[in-house]
Design a protein around this ligand. Sequence first.
Ligand SMILES: CCCCCCCCCCCCCCCC(=O)OC[C@@H](O)COP(=O)(O)O
Length: 265
Amino acid sequence: MVVLTHRSSFNCFQFHPLPPLLRRLGEGASRNFCSVPLPPLKTHNSFCFKVCSLTHSTSVTRNICDFPNKRRPGHELSNSFGLLEKFCRTYEELSKNKICKFSRHIVRSDLSVTGSVGSSYPLPEIQAGSKLRGICFYAVTSFVAIFLFVLMVVSHPFVLLFDRYNRKAQHLIAKWWASLTIAPFFNIKFEGLENLPAQDSPAVYVSNHQSFLDIYTLLTLGRSFKFISKTSIFLFPIIGWAMYLLGTIPLKRMDSRSQLVISSS
Ligand SMILES: CCCCCCCCCCCCCCCC(=O)OC[C@@H](O)COP(=O)(O)O
């Protein structure tokens, strides 16, 4: 099992060997993936989120979270994370205190560190910049997807004939899609790549999914793993259809039978 963490404020993705407890669970998980109750992800610092008491709308905070390319000058990484941890609450604490509804208000660590909105960037500036960047991002990813999806469809009969399970060709196309999309917008830094298992060895990849960027990042690895995804995402035009071609495993959130299908597959 490999854990991928995404520190949204620095576009930094890290691959970790598991701490001993998770490693033991991971061994069980590889036998029966979904029936193993994975512990709350508090065993690693990078899984810490801060619940924000901001009053602005979810869309604003998500924009900040999704396109966190600007760093405040003089804001050192180690300092940020040290202070961030002080404010962290785990998912477990959140659910205990019944404040899960705020979990979408995850903010980048700059806001977490300062603890106040006013001391961060002026919001209108972020909002306008983020929105424009977001629009460009979606435009590029959709444009690239249209062409590559045609390639996926054309190659699919051959994939089904010769490589039904791994679907390496489809994953290669998805890798191109992710790489081309990310390149103009993000300079992603990887750490701990040496912790990845060999290319074809069995592994479960677990991501803290702070934003959709972890999906792009995992795809750039070019490995033939299967995502597990909630079913509604399969309805997205092109991207959702491409997920079928990649062999993504659908999961009905509220349907335990759907989860059993995954654990036995
Ligand atoms: C040519 C185009 C190639 C396109 C390849 C597309 C491959 C995309 C893989 C997408 C895998 C999606 C995994 C989604 C996992 C998932 O299900 O996430 C749910 C979260 O969101 C949170 O949902 P919610 O709690 O309801 O907000």
